[in-house]
Design a protein around this ligand. Structure first.
Ligand SMILES: Nc1nc(=O)c2c([nH]1)NC[C@@H]1CN(c3ccc(C(=O)N[C@@H](CCC(=O)O)C(=O)O)cc3)CN21
Ligand SMILES: O=c1ccn([C@H]2C[C@H](O)[C@@H](COP(=O)(O)O)O2)c(=O)[nH]1
Length: 284
């Protein structure tokens, strides 16, 4: 994961001190891009231990169109707790916009799968979680916004696009076309959020590739405000002092051919040998 270390170094060297909504303060740059060729291994950070469990459950939760944290908590995933109201609701966040855009029964994920299967040359294969009509009023609490039908937090991974390219010329006769995904992330917590976001979208690209019969290609991660919180500086220095290790691989149950048919048990991570976990406080 040289790409992730390069991102940290770039922000440490070029970032400016910038205040933020949470009052923590950040070192920040605007605009950056990383690329991961998924044939080179599964891009899961090795210089600190990550839990695939949280990543898989969160992704299945998005795909289900779920926006209440009950499912996550039942499965031991607590990363969304701080933003939910007393009933566990987050308002119309990712899952809602992916599967039922603006409450208009527009299922962006089903539409993308259909287009990928029937018209892979399309340049219109985008999914947007960014919906200006449900943006929260920042003078109100998370719960007050949710009570008014707004999202507790506006989406950070705001929209993404798919791209299908012919197989490389040296790939042999039966090679499949390659499916790539590019994500635009408007705001990125480099120490805590980004390792999750990389693994999540890489896995999502592999799942979509499997159900549409493509080979996973590149995951391209494009950033708006990419920041390191001031209370994560020691942690990222420790991470940089560690040598990145070989990437793990991930096995997906090949029987699943429906993007909404995946279960937690359909994924297994192999040869993940990370350095120990590094704790950091999440800015709320
Ligand atoms: N400041 C901030 N950073 C984020 O990354 C973030 C938000 N807010 N708000 C919404 C979601 C929630 N996400 C989170 C929240 C917490 C962790 C976290 O505490 N991670 C720990 C423990 C992970 C675990 O329980 O498995 C970590 O060490 O990665 C990660 C992502 C990503 N998002
Ligand atoms: O998937 C995610 C979700 C959130 N983040 C980070 C990015 C920011 O540090 C905060 C959100 O605060 P805003 O003021 O709404 O930008 O959460 C992330 O990195 N990845």
């Amino acid at each position: 994961m040289k790409q992730y270390h390069d991102l940290i170094k770039h922000v440490l060297e070029n970032g400016v001190q910038k205040g933020d909504r949470t009052g923590t303060g950040t070192k920040s740059v605007f605009g950056y891009q990383m690329r991961f060729d998924l044939s080179e291994g599964f891009p899961m950070v090795t210089t600190k231990k990550l839990h695939l469990k949280s990543i898989v459950h969160e992704l299945l939760w998005f795909l289900n169109g779920d926006t209440n944290i009950e499912y996550l908590q039942k499965n031991g995933v607590n990363i969304w707790n701080s933003w939910a109201d007393e009933k566990g609701d987050l308002g119309p966040v990712y899952g809602h916009q992916w599967r039922n855009w603006n409450n208009e029964e527009i299922d962006q994920i089903s539409e993308i799968v259909k287009t990928l299967k029937t018209n892979p040359n399309s340049r219109r294969m985008l999914v947007s979680a960014w919906n200006p009509s449900v943006l929260p009023d920042t003078s109100k609490t998370f719960s007050e916004n949710v009570a008014e039908g707004k999202a507790a937090l506006p989406p950070c991974h705001a929209f993404f696009q798919f791209y299908v390219s012919p197989p490389p010329e040296d790939a042999g006769e039966n090679a499949k076309p390659r499916l790539s995904l590019q994500l635009y992330q408007r705001s990125a917590d480099i120490f805590l959020g980004v390792p999750f976001n990389i693994a999540s979208y890489a896995l999502f690209n592999m799942m979509i590739a499997q159900v549409c019969d493509y080979e996973p290609g590149d995951f391209i991660h494009t950033f708006g405000d990419a920041h390191i919180y001031n209370n994560h500086l020691e942690q990222v220095e420790l991470q940089l002092s560690r040598e990145p290790r070989k990437l793990p691989t991930i096995k997906i149950n090949p029987e699943v051919k429906d993007i909404f048919g995946f279960k937690f048990e359909d994924f297994s991570l192999e040869n993940y040998d990370p350095h120990p976990h590094i704790k950091g406080k999440v800015a709320v």
